[in-house]
Design a protein around this ligand. Sequence first.
Ligand SMILES: [Fe+2]
Ligand SMILES: [Fe+2]
Length: 192
Amino acid sequence: MSKTTTNNQPFLTDVQELRKRARTSLEKGPITPDYLGNVKQTIDILQAVLATEIVCVLRYTMNAIAATGISSEGVKAEFDQHAKEEQGHMRQVAERINQLGGSPNFNPEGLATRSASQYVEGANLIEMIKENLVAERIACEHYRELIRYFADKDPTTRVMMEGILTNEEEHANDMHDLLVAHEGKPMLKTHA
Ligand SMILES: [Fe+2]
Ligand SMILES: [Fe+2]
């Protein structure tokens, strides 16, 4: 006897039924009838995430080249590392848009408007670090919200965003630590 839920629906879809359904709507690729999200809305959301990631790649790359001053070498290396990781995020998000049947928007026109984080260059090393911290904090809050939104509507996109969020939190922490090191004072309140 198969397990049933309280409303008498089978707990798992019958294998024969799964096989039959998989053969219909092949043009939808991985989007099967049990996809609970709104594909168009998911693509729109991911286009904004893509723009945010592209802006992050540009900002960190610019910073890695332009950073000057005493002990800037370590900071440049950190900016470079982040630029590479942001590029990884950009690629992941673009691939997901493609999987969902969308076309990733890399158009430079309107990029800054589509992005959640801003492109602020920062006049000196401290300003650069600060602006990166601000951008990472925007990404963290935005992505956390998206993870809650995707929930089980689209687990693949949610898991991808969870991975990216983990990385953005590391970035924010790195920028925070650099700020402390270069300003010479603690910024975070310590919690007992
Ligand atoms: Fe990122
Ligand atoms: Fe980041």
